[in-house]
Design a protein around this ligand. Structure first.
Ligand code: GLP
Length: 242
């Protein structure tokens, strides 16, 4: 089953994830980190930036790959995930920009671009630690309910509920992109270690289903039950269903 730990609040849970990422970086400076966006990991990134600044945590040899990117936003859009990563992490640390990777959504052929990203992830030698958040419907990356266990990086449609919930970052719901390129379930499951951070009561149901429910396309995070090294880091609100 999935191993999980409950912390009293979002802050403590974020520090625990920052500890895990720091430990990987210290043990293997040339590690490959799989990164996530959304509001949940913001404090993790702030803590990593602080440790770089104050404790010389070194990203100089690390490589990063991100889970997903919106399709349809102009380059440089503040809500694009590439902008998010630069703003919240990359510009604060000593990472080599040539070793930071997100799916390219500005290519002429998007499905070819998705295939290229899948190959790129493989060519890194494999993700040492994949950080995940979870959607209220159990999505990981942008693998919405219905995603197949053997899915790889591809173009996907966002679920209506995801568009609605991400509209808080945009002026209106009609401005939220309808599509994305996301790593697939199989891509994510190839990581050597996976840490899923979930906080707040809105995630409680999805978390409980992912851990204790059947392995099912209805909750894509439930596929994590098939992985040997997954850790859910929760606050008490996200753990109420366990
Ligand atoms: C987003 C992202 C996911 C993220 C999830 C939860 O749409 N594609 O990677 O984990 O939804 O977001 P949040 O952390 O803001 O609740």
């Amino acid at each position: 089953g999935i191993h999980w730990t409950v912390y009293p609040n979002h802050h403590e849970a974020s520090l625990a994830v920052a500890d895990t990422i720091s430990a990987v970086l210290i043990e293997k400076p040339a590690c490959v980190l799989g990164l996530a966006t959304g509001s949940t990991p913001l404090e993790v990134y702030a803590e990593l930036a602080r440790r770089h600044r104050e404790e010389a945590l070194d990203f100089g040899k690390a490589t990063t790959v991100n889970l997903d990117e919106y399709i349809g936003l102009p380059p440089g859009h503040p809500q694009s995930y590439v902008h998010y990563m630069h703003e919240h992490l990359f510009r604060h640390i000593n990472i080599d920009r040539d070793r930071t990777h997100l799916p390219n959504v500005h290519a002429a052929d998007l499905s070819e671009s998705a295939n290229d990203f899948e190959r790129l992830v493989e060519s890194t030698g494999g993700v040492d630690l994949q950080l995940l958040g979870i959607g209220t419907n159990g999505h990981i990356g942008f693998n919405e309910p219905g995603a197949e266990e053997d899915s790889v990086t591809r173009v996907v449609d966002l679920a209506p509920g995801t568009i609605h919930s991400n509209s808080r970052f945009f002026e209106s719901e009609s401005d939220v992109p309808r599509r994305a390129i996301t790593m697939g379930i199989a891509t994510i499951l190839r990581a050597r270690k996976i840490v899923l951070l979930a906080t707040g009561d809105s995630k409680a149901e999805a978390v409980a289903e992912a851990i204790n429910g059947p392995i099912s396309r209805d909750n894509p995070a439930s596929f994590l039950q098939t992985h040997a090294n997954v850790h859910f880091v929760l606050d008490s609100a996200a753990a109420v269903g366990l």
